[in-house]
Design a protein around this ligand. Structure first.
Ligand code: ADP
Ligand code: ASP
Ligand code: MG
Length: 404
């Protein structure tokens, strides 16, 4: 088999950990498999690099920030290639550009556009182990990065390019859980989850996989497993799940912290203000999430929307700049909110899921401030101080601790 293994930050956080990863890679190789490895930066080194950048430039130039951040992964590739080498197996480090990973020309959140991987293939054909830097690529000769957590996407895209039989994502938990096990004590490991549900969970804040990694795996049919680099436990398989019996009403819950809500109150009806507001926010690179427009009364409408707290000042400034054109009566905002979401492919055919979620939140003492739904998810914006109780209450209500 050809296996692509990806090791995240905690898994390569020290030289001991890198040695442990080298042992695992060599074990896979000794079992007769071909192996390509993708790595993240060691431990918290990406955050440390970001702090360094802040020390010299408040609002860093995105080209140089990408050049800086990309060094984190390169440290790991060289160390791991050395560690595998001393174990008697040939290994070679590859930067993103050496591996032929081309991206779209943007910094900070570039999409992979193409992977040529000629030298990677050559080394594999010679029985060697390529150790490839995750999270980075190249566009028109400039180093780019894929967004936080993007090494997962490098691994899946590489697995697809190499037509690998399996892509294993090694991390610090032994699989995908019904909720983040750091916050929900009764969270259960799932043995299997569908691409669709995993994609929704990833988009709604489950850090365990990068959303684009799941999207790529689904589109390219990559066999994906999430498992622990600290144990030999079987992980979670992410695959297509077809039959209705397989579909769980609720599979898991995801949460996002540091959410802010902005409201434009009393806008005159019928003047296409919505497009003006949201185009202006998009032009300022403000990522808007949940949008709610209230019922029209007295020829006026209210619109509220959520953004990440880090973007709230930029969003307010943008809206203030529209005061003349949009003519709202009040601009309100609230910070310290959280978003809690449930995901399950079986909820399409089960009425009453949203009602059950609202009851669970009520029991936790959390007021629901905004709601957003799709066929396979329900998301509610609540006060951040209620999040922990809400996670536990929702987990209990949908009996997620009984899943496997
Ligand atoms: P890595 O550095 O290996 O990429 P991440 O920190 O990005 O690891 O992702 C692993 C973390 O994701 C876990 O430590 C866990 O706290 C968090 N997480 C959030 N939601 C889930 C979930 N549903 N299942 C498992 N882990 C989750
Ligand atoms: N090192 C990058 C980050 O910390 C990418 C990754 O780990 O996936 O976000
Ligand atoms: Mg990660």
């Amino acid at each position: 088999m050809l296996i692509v293994q990806k090791y995240g930050g905690t898994s390569v956080g020290s030289t001991e950990r890198i040695n442990a990863v080298a042992d695992r890679v060599v074990r896979t190789y000794a079992a007769g498999h071909s192996c390509a490895v993708v790595v993240s930066a060691m431990g918290h080194s990406t955050d440390e690099l970001l702090d360094l950048a802040k020390g010299v430039a408040g609002d860093s130039n995105s080209r140089e920030l990408d050049a800086l951040l990309a060094t984190g992964e390169q440290v790991t590739t060289a160390l791991l290639a050395m560690a595998i080498g001393v174990r008697g197996v040939r290994a070679m480090s590859f930067t993103g550009w050496q591996a032929g990973i081309a991206t779209e020309p943007m910094h900070g959140a570039a999409r992979i556009s193409e992977i040529s991987a000629a030298s990677v293939r050559e080394l594999l054909a010679q029985g060697g182990i390529p150790v490839i830097a995750g999270f980075q690529g190249i566009a028109n000769g400039h180093v780019t990065t894929l967004g936080r957590g993007g090494s997962d996407t490098t691994a899946v895209a590489m697995a697809s390019t190499l037509a690998a039989d399996l892509c294993e994502i090694y991390t610090d938990v032994d699989g995908v859980y019904t909720a983040d096990p750091r916050y929900v004590a009764n969270a259960r490991k799932l043995s299997v989850i569908s691409y669709e549900e995993m994609l929704e969970l990833a988009n709604l804040g489950s850090q365990v996989l990068h959303p684009r990694a799941v999207e790529t795996a689904k589109r390219q049919g990559v066999h994906l497993v999430v498992r622990s680099s600290f144990s030999d436990e079987e992980g979670t398989v992410i695959r297509t799940m077809g039959t209705m019996e397989e579909l769980r009403v609720v599979t898991g819950l995801a949460s996002e912290r540091e959410v802010a809500r902005i409201a434009l109150v009393g806008m005159p009806m019928g003047e296409h203000h919505l497009a003006a507001v949201f185009s202006a926010l998009a032009a300022q690179q403000v990522n808007v999430d949940v949008i709610v427009q209230s019922v029209v009364r007295d020829n006026e409408v209210d619109v509220s929307f959520t953004v990440q707290e880090a973007d709230v000042e930029r969003a307010i400034r943008t809206c203030e700049g529209l005061a003349q054109t949009v003519a709202y009566k009040q601009l309100l905002h609230e910070t310290g909110l959280s978003k809690i979401s449930i995901v399950g492919a079986g909820m399409i055919s089960n009425p009453g899921v949203a009602a059950q979620m609202f009851s669970a939140l009520e029991e936790a003492g959390a007021d629901v401030k905004m709601v957003s739904t799709s066929e396979i998810k329900v998301s509610c914006v609540i006060g951040g101080s209620h999040l922990k109780a809400a996670q536990e209450s929702v987990h209990r209500s949908f009996e997620l601790d009984a899943l496997t």
